[in-house]
Write a protein that binds this ligand. Structure first.
Ligand code: FAD
Length: 445
């Protein structure tokens, strides 16, 4: 019988257990379903549509090299996949496990109608494998990491299997889906990326050579010190096991990869963590409704150079440096007291690596509302952070109005009379800090 490979956020052929299992069982039909229905409000955003287009084109080319076309269908996966099974006479559907709430709905709907075989492989360990002494899920990262390491290393990655094509059902074309922006075309700066399995391995190889410096270099936004693998990992163009084995000499790097596992475990245990604060006292938090300030933040016009550089890097390239994500996110939720969900929404639409687990964890951590409890009195001081992590060259690159400001004024230009075309600070740091502390104090009352 033909075997269906149902691709989702696992757009690779090597070290992909669903591909391997289907290849062993018979001739294959490779399918990707663009499902904007099951995720509802959380369908993928604009930046990821750009990525998806190119990643699917790369996957289709790799499959084509083995004579297997990639079938593209659009609609509710729970309807489309079973229908394909009926019309093709397929024996089974093979897919990798995913843990977003809508991915679980898709899995349940497909499994109710046909034989679905789910395989592991998009995490170092399937979420839920490691448990606390009392058998519960981990809420804190460090003990989770300690427990996870007992199961490491992951199995050696498996190669691309030989595939045989089954007769091919009808397919949309990528062009039908209009995933790329037209007018305005905001994606020009996205040419820094090469989506797809080959691009992922090129990025991994480039990083492996400098992984030894990662522990220090990753904090400095002007240096390309981190791996930039996040969109490749999100779309599953490279497996975390492949990454683990390719970067043998950096424990601090492997620890970051484990954060991704931790985040997947959290959304698996708390499936509404993208919408609901993990700690009850934050449900009624007095967020400010300030649409103009939200817009200024989105557009990189807050008057704080490090925040604006980050927000503009995000818009231009679909990615933002981790240190700057923390500073920019903290500025939105603490300095402006705007709801973290407005921030996570913006990230969802603009990040090429937007990931339900990692994004929700990041925002709830910054807000201090997550189940992993964090010190919510910590307020990132944008000027201090900018100087400490030497962001001058980064700011000059992303905020052209400040390109020629003297070095002494780069982190706080208003102190030196400002710069032409660049706005004054949206809010004074000391005032904002006091206001935030008062709002947080009220949540404990
Ligand atoms: P590296 O430092 O090279 O890390 C390697 C990999 O480890 C990353 O690709 C990622 O898969 C994983 N990783 C690293 N840090 C984290 C972390 N804190 N949490 C979970 N996984 C991590 N990451 C996303 O992948 N998608 C998101 O939507 C996302 N939203 C975020 C929102 C906020 C407010 C914050 C503070 C962080 C967010 N992160 C998110 C985490 C982190 O910023 C990015 O993973 C990282 O910047 C990606 O760059 P890199 O691949 O060079 O990272």
């Amino acid at each position: 019988d033909p075997q269906i490979i149902w691709f989702r956020q696992d757009l690779r052929l090597a070290d992909q257990a669903a591909v391997a299992a289907a290849a062993r069982a018979g001739p294959v039909i490779a399918v990707y379903v663009l499902d904007d229905e099951t995720p509802g409000n959380w369908r993928i955003g604009g930046a990821q549509r750009w990525w998806l287009h190119h990643s699917l084109a790369a996957l289709a080319a790799s499959l084509e090299a083995q004579g297997v076309p990639l079938v593209l269908r659009r609609g509710r996966a729970g309807t489309v996949i079973p229908e394909l099974v009926r019309t093709s006479g397929a024996g089974a559907v093979h897919a990798l496990w995913h843990y977003e709430p809508w991915a679980r709905v898709q899995q349940a709907e497909v499994a109710a109608e046909c034989e679905l075989q789910l395989h592991d492989g998009n995490y170092l360990l399937p979420p839920g494998t490691v448990r606390t002494g009392s058998g519960g899920p981990f809420r804190i990262f460090t003990p989770f990491w300690r427990a996870l390491q007992q199961h490491m290393p992951p199995p050696p990655p498996t190669p691309v299997p030989a595939l045989t094509a089954a007769p091919v059902p009808d397919s949309d074309t990528l062009a039908d889906w209009q995933l790329l922006p037209t007018r305005p075309d905001w994606s020009k700066g996205f040419n820094v990326w090469t989506p797809g399995e080959a691009g992922a391995h090129a990025a991994l190889d480039a990083f492996a050579g400098k992984a030894a410096a990662y522990d220090r270099a990753r904090n400095f936004p002007a240096e390309a010190g981190s791996s930039r693998l996040s969109p490749h990992l999100h779309f599953g163009e490279v497996s975390p096991g492949q990454v683990w084995h390719a970067v043998p000499d950096s424990d601090s790097y492997r620890r970051e990869i484990a954060w991704r596992d931790f985040a997947a475990g959290l959304i698996d245990t708390f499936p509404d963590s993208h919408e609901t604060p993990g700690r009850a006292q934050f449900v009624d938090f007095a967020h400010r409704d300030a649409p103009d300030e939200l817009r200024a933040w989105q557009q990189g016009r807050t008057g704080y150079p490090i925040v604006d550089a980050g927000m503009r890097e995000l818009w231009a390239t679909g990615w933002m440096h981790n240190r700057v994500r923390m500073i920019a996110a903290s500025f939105l939720v603490k300095h402006l007291l705007i709801d973290w969900r407005a921030g996570s929404r913006w990230f969802w639409d603009t990040l090429v690596d937007a990931d339900l687990g990692n994004n929700s964890l990041g925002w709830q951590w910054i807000m201090g509302s997550g189940v992993d409890s964090s010190p919510f009195n910590r307020i990132f001081a944008p000027v201090t952070q900018s100087a400490k992590f030497d962001a001058s060259a980064y700011i000059r690159k992303w905020v052209p109005e400040l390109a020629r400001v003297p070095e002494a004024a780069i982190h706080a230009p208003w102190e030196a009379g400002g710069a032409r075309g660049y706005p004054p600070p949206l809010v004074d740091h000391a005032v904002a800090r006091a206001r935030a502390l008062a709002a947080y104090a009220a949540t404990r009352a």
